[in-house]
Design a protein around this ligand. Structure first.
Ligand code: GLA
Ligand code: GLA
Length: 679
């Protein structure tokens, strides 16, 4: 590449480029011009201008066009696209194009195709058909990334590198022999020698003791339950292998374009659980996420808020970017529900409220062919005389008015511990009840906090909890000594913790912490549990405070704690179900069952009151209020999810409508307001 001095490259960087503060919010989406003719490209640029697009992601699935034959890169068409975008003052998030290798690659290297747990090979014909441990794939992918960086590293439109796409979507686990060898290398690093591995995996059980490394395999399909620690380590390994693929490309890019930030789009959303993003977050320059609404979830807008808070947690509280969401329906759920008028703006701005410095989509123009032709886009099949296009133009205008929020942060006094690894082990084979689901536990508590109007920082299990007043710990099944100590110290120093059942049960090798459950938190909670009494499917029990519960009960004994509520019926009448323990200067609350929503909300309210935490703005149910705070202003997002207008106390400037507010604001049904507070 031409050797351009670094400062000059920076100066050419378009104002739309994240993650520096001061520019506009990012607005745009995946742009796949290779699916269209050049006259459509010209039309695209015109329409992008009309919509106020500031950045697009180019080349995500372009490998087959960028490298049509092995080692020959054809990049001129992409140069033309980038030049056009630059001419239209649109920044480019340039993909390395490595998510899906071309057919020639799979044909030449069939050993790179992923193997399922029962030994079958997956075929090309969809996307992402590659083994995460394949050195052949990694070499080819890194070579393509390098070629793109050499050619486009000094292109003035280049604002951000987009490595791969949604790592772990479709190919999170490969069970082939190449993966097996890589797994053994990973295990050597983790456990050292075979004795340690045998101990960690508990191989004294079921005659599983290993005497040579070659005997160790990925947890392939077996006649009986597989070794749980082997499966856990394989999940950890698989997440790390994908991370290594990302890092290989990232480092190749960084060597050539050290001035250009690098990201890969995460999948923090309800159905994506295979990647331990806490291990990835520190490896990207900008945390970006893809999020799609689950059409079957009546509380999908609350799930969106949780996902956004998880992503902000991954970013360490710094601004992040919503890299993909949908203008309306997707095409991959059983019933793909179109968004109602106003829903797009609510969804986009709910993410912005929670720290996203923009709103990007899949995709710019709806495809005419291919597996995603029924997926919504900014430009739909029907064109621009449409609800979607009007919403798109409105959103562009709204984001322009919200430019001042860029770079601001969301303060919170309540933390929620989220842990992919606990999710994995809680839902592993052969557990006490299939009805205990990790996200259900997380959502139940989060929903209560959302309804209480409380901002939440999502943190990893070993996080420094200084500055928080309440820590909520849903189903943290697996916990390290270090994480348990942090939580004890936090409460001893005056914090308040709310911990739910099946937390603190196993150590990081998935071995039970003995001596009565929950081994890691017995002292903190002032209780011990003798035996689990899960409920039958659809069985409910009642508490003496009127709440209803399902899924879970357990034979709990007080050892210092006080019973807040006990069972009135079910298998354990009279046994405490909610407890509070004064511990040091703080309090440890325990929730030993799955309460209904009202019951959960009541417990959460009591815990918040116990800690003296309350919402800064009292709002009606169904109205979401979130604050982003900068050096010289605070921005209050009010999102009315109800079908009635609401009256909100407010002083300052309403940015979307440009009105000055002296004491109150009416937010109509389904609408959003953003107030720059004065005073
Ligand atoms: C059978 C087996 C036991 C044990 C139990 C579990 O009885 O013989 O080894 O696995 O199932 O219920
Ligand atoms: C993911 C992918 C996109 C597209 C969308 C469809 O987010 O990254 O390529 O498939 O899903 O919703």
């Amino acid at each position: 590449m031409t050797d351009v001095p670094r400062r000059e490259v920076r100066a050419h960087r378009p104002a739309g480029a994240p993650p520096s503060a001061g520019g506009p919010l990012a607005y745009g989406g995946d742009y796949n011009p290779e699916q269209w003719s050049r006259d459509v490209w010209r039309e695209d640029l015109r329409l992008m201008g009309e919509a106020g697009v500031t950045m697009v992601t180019v080349g995500v699935f372009s490998w087959a066009l960028l490298e049509p034959v092995p080692g020959r890169y054809e990049l001129d068409w992409l140069a033309e696209v980038l030049d056009g975008l630059h001419g239209a003052r649109i920044a480019v998030d340039l993909a390395t194009g490595t998510a899906s290798p071309p057919p020639w690659f799979s044909r030449a290297h069939p050993e790179t195709l992923p193997m399922t747990e029962d030994g079958g090979r997956l075929w090309p014909g969809g996307r992402q058909a590659w083994c995460p441990s394949s050195p052949v794939y990694r070499k080819a992918a890194t070579a393509l990334a390098t070629a793109l960086a050499r050619r486009f590293g000094d292109h003035p439109a280049l604002a951000l590198w987009h490595v791969g796409n949604e790592y772990g979507c479709h190919n999170a686990h490969c069970y082939c022999d190449v993966s097996a060898a890589a797994f053994r290398d990973w295990l050597r690093l983790r456990h050292g020698d075979l004795d340690a591995l045998n101990e960690a995996w508990g191989t004294a059980f079921w005659s599983q003791r290993y005497t040579a490394w070659e005997e160790i395999l990925p947890p392939r399909a077996a006649p009986a339950f597989r070794n749980p620690t082997q499966r856990l380590d394989f999940r950890r390994f698989s997440s790390d292998e994908l991370l290594a693929c990302y890092i290989a490309e990232r480092d190749a890019l960084r060597a050539i374009t050290p001035q250009v930030p690098i990201t890969t789009n995460f999948m923090v959303q309800p159905f994506a659980r295979d990647i331990d993003y806490w291990r990835w977050a520190g490896e990207v320059d900008l945390v970006t996420n893809d999020h799609y609404m689950d059409a079957s979830d009546p509380d999908a807008h609350i799930e969106l808020a949780l996902s956004a808070d998880v992503v902000r947690g991954l970013a360490g509280g710094a601004p992040w970017l919503l890299m993909e969401h949908a203008t309306s329906a997707v095409n991959w759920q059983p019933r793909n529900i179109a968004k109602q008028p106003g829903e797009l703006l609510r969804n986009s701005l709910a993410s912005v409220a929670r720290g996203s410095d923009g709103a990007m989509f899949f995709q710019w123009r709806a495809s005419r062919a291919g597996a995603e032709k029924f997926h919504s886009a900014l430009v739909s099949h029907a064109g621009t005389d449409t609800k979607v296009w009007r919403d798109v133009v409105d959103l562009g205008a709204a984001l322009r008015r919200l430019a001042p929020v860029r770079g601001t942060r969301v303060p919170a006094e309540v933390a929620l511990i989220f842990d992919w690894q606990s999710w994995w082990v809680l839902e592993a084979q052969a557990r006490p009840s299939v009805d205990v689901a990790y996200l259900d536990q997380v959502h139940a508590l989060y929903r209560a906090l959302w309804h209480a109007g409380i901002a939440v920082d999502v943190v990893p299990p070993e996080a420094d909890l200084t500055g928080q007043r309440v820590v909520v710990v849903p189903a943290l099944h697996m916990v390290s000594d270090a994480a348990a100590t942090r939580l004890h110290d936090f409460v001893a120093a005056g914090g308040t913790a709310l911990i739910t059942f099946l937390s603190g049960i196993v150590d990081p090798n998935d071995h039970i912490r003995l001596g009565g459950y929950p081994g890691a938190f017995r002292d903190l909670l002032g209780i011990w549990v003798e035996e689990f009494f899960p409920l039958r499917a659809n069985q409910t029990v009642h508490l003496d405070d009127g709440a209803t519960a399902c899924v879970w009960t357990e034979l709990l004994h007080l050892r210092g704690a006080q019973a807040v509520a006990s069972y009135r019926d079910g298998p354990l009448p009279g046994v405490p179900a909610v407890t509070r323990h004064a511990f040091g200067d703080g309090a440890g609350w325990y929730l030993a069952t799955r309460l209904d929503d009202r019951g959960t909300q009541r417990v959460v309210q009591r815990v918040l009151a116990d800690a003296g935490v309350s919402s800064p703005t009292a709002v009606p149910r169904g109205v979401e209020v979130v604050r982003r705070v900068g050096d010289d202003a605070a921005y209050v997002f009010v999102i009315n999810h109800t079908d009635a207008a609401v009256d909100i106390p407010a002083r300052g400037m309403e940015l979307l409508r440009g009105t000055q507010l002296d004491d109150a604001l009416v937010v109509p049904a389904g609408e959003v307001a953003v107030i720059r507070e004065s005073g």
